[in-house]
Design a protein around this ligand. Structure first.
Ligand SMILES: CC(C)C[C@H](NC(=O)CN)C(=O)O
Length: 493
């Protein structure tokens, strides 16, 4: 009698925990898309700009919202204090906590760890946005807002994928862990140390790491197997003790801005060749196999050019353009702090100016070596100017490149999931941008990593009018739901 009762109870339980059914998950996701857009709206409304010390409270609030979301989903959450940040002016401010969450701890299942970030790049209406950057606005199926694609919608898509399993009482095919940070856009300060400290704790049962902080190359879904690193520099030239009138003093003083512009002009030539000795020499040779990969990718150079809105590109062929975006270093000059930049015509000689530039890193470049090469070169060039002004060069980010093996089972699972949701074979691509922590995950945990993007190729990351299309957000959520199942099938066939 007792046995019968236990059996009935078990049966009752089994009718509640359903097994995987992708169509049900897809239907559920479709019918909840308005809720997902509303949540994205709430998240975009938080000005979690990690580069602006004045927005640090907003960033802290964003981390709290993220933690609350995981708590609402009954995840096992944790918040890690990762210390303080020293700003270039010497000011010390707290770093935002890193939030982790775990769903399930069944030792018979594989465990995936999803990494994402909820901080954003700066955005102001005056930069040329057509809509308020922190007010998610839908136009023609596109959801415009700062951080929509980078990286709030992809983080939410993973959350919604787990929520869909939960709502349908469907057993999660794998244990799912999240690690969400708030400093990615300034180089993931403090995260490397946390990962090393948590190697035998939070990461001890993690089998695979998934990152969805990148985009497709075209309208076709993609799997990303490489990212460039980034060495970001400040070059400060300091002269007179205060700004000067150019009519009164011009012609008699060495102007910091003229020194700085002269210095910047020695970094790169007009054909994109980096002039700092040692940089190009460190780049790994392009292999025949790699060249063939680029050849096989569908990529319309003319469309790329038109989307950017430029009259010409530095290279003509698809292979050249892709390899220079993905596997060669590039040097970009981002801005000059202290320079007069408002509208109008102030006739000032700025007393202190700081240039911001960065060099994207590729195998086999090494950030500490690059730091020395750049500092030595700029100091040598500055010495040649015979100026009494002072130069200070600081490398504020030193992120390494990352490269994965596309034959890894994680990529096979990725191809299957893309097939099941989009009905096509994904492109295998690299990314010119940087996920600073990708290489740390690889080096510290030794686990396989996949980058599974859902962002569009034209999302305007870091730029005006950043967007995530509703299609990519919703189909991306389905992709993630399908991928959890595909990962659970690794080693089973
Ligand atoms: C080190 C950079 C600031 C990192 C940044 N990463 C991303 O945009 C990824 N979403 C980059 O500029 O590549």
């Amino acid at each position: 009698m007792i046995q019968l009762a236990v059996f009935s109870l078990l049966l009752l339980h089994c009718t509640h925990v359903c097994s995987f059914n992708l169509d049900e998950l897809k239907n559920y996701i479709d019918s909840h898309q308005e809720d997902y857009v509303l949540t994205l709206r709430d998240w975009v409304a938080v000005e979690s700009d990690s580069s602006d010390a004045l927005k640090r409270d907003e960033l802290m609030r964003m981390m709290k919202i993220t933690e609350n979301k995981f708590n609402d989903m009954k995840g096992h959450t944790n918040r890690f204090d990762i210390g303080n940040q020293e700003l270039p002016n010497g000011q010390i401010i707290p770093l935002p906590v890193v939030v982790t969450a775990s769903f399930g701890n069944d030792s018979n299942k594989a465990t995936v760890c999803i990494y994402g970030h909820v901080d954003v790049q700066p955005a102001r209406m005056e930069d040329g946005w057509d809509t308020e950057p922190y007010n998610l606005t839908e136009i023609n199926g596109n959801l415009y807002g700062r951080g929509a694609s980078d990286n709030k919608a992809p983080v939410l898509a993973w959350i919604h994928a787990v929520e869909a399993y939960q709502a349908l009482d469907m057993d999660l095919p794998v244990n799912v862990k999240f690690i969400i940070e708030g400093m990615e856009e300034t180089g993931s300060n403090g995260l490397d140390e946390l990962i090393s400290k948590q190697k035998d704790d939070f990461f001890s049962d993690v089998d695979y790491i998934i990152i969805s902080d990148c985009g497709w190359l075209s309208r076709k879904p993609a799997l990303t197997y490489g990212t460039r690193g980034n060495c970001y520099f400040f070059a400060e030239v300091e002269g007179p003790k205060q700004d000067l009138h150019s009519g009164v003093y011009g012609g008699s003083v060495f102007e910091p801005m003229i020194d700085l512009i002269g210095l910047l002009d020695t970094l790169i030539d007009s054909s994109g060749h980096i002039l700092i000795p040692g940089i190009n020499e460190a780049v790994a040779e392009l292999t025949e196999e790699e060249r063939k990969l680029y050849e096989a990718i569908e990529f319309d150079v003319e469309n790329f050019k038109n989307k950017i809105g430029t009259n010409g590109l530095m290279y003509d062929t698809k292979e050249e353009i892709l390899s220079h975006r993905w596997r060669y270093p590039s040097l970009s000059i981002h801005g000059i702090e202290g320079a007069f930049s408002a509208s109008g015509s102030k006739t000032v000689i700025p007393a202190k100016v700081t240039a911001k530039f960065s060099i994207r890193q590729v195998p086999d470049m090494d950030p500490p070596t690059v730091e020395k090469q750049v500092t030595t070169y700029l100091n040598d060039m500055f010495a040649k100017r015979n100026t009494p002004n002072k130069l200070k060069v600081t490398m504020i980010i030193g992120a390494k490149p990352w490269l994965a093996d596309v034959s890894d089972p994680l990529y096979v699972a990725g191809r299957r999931a893309v097939q099941k949701v989009f009905g096509v074979e994904p492109d295998l691509i690299r990314e010119g941008g940087t996920i600073p922590v990708a290489r740390t995950f690889q080096d510290v945990t030794g686990k396989s990593i996949i980058m599974l993007p859902i962002g569009g190729f034209d999302d305007g990351l870091h730029s005006q009018n950043e967007k995530m299309s509703r299609y990519n957000y919703i189909e991306g959520t389905k992709l993630f739901a399908a991928y959890l199942h595909e990962v659970s099938q690794i080693n089973k066939s």
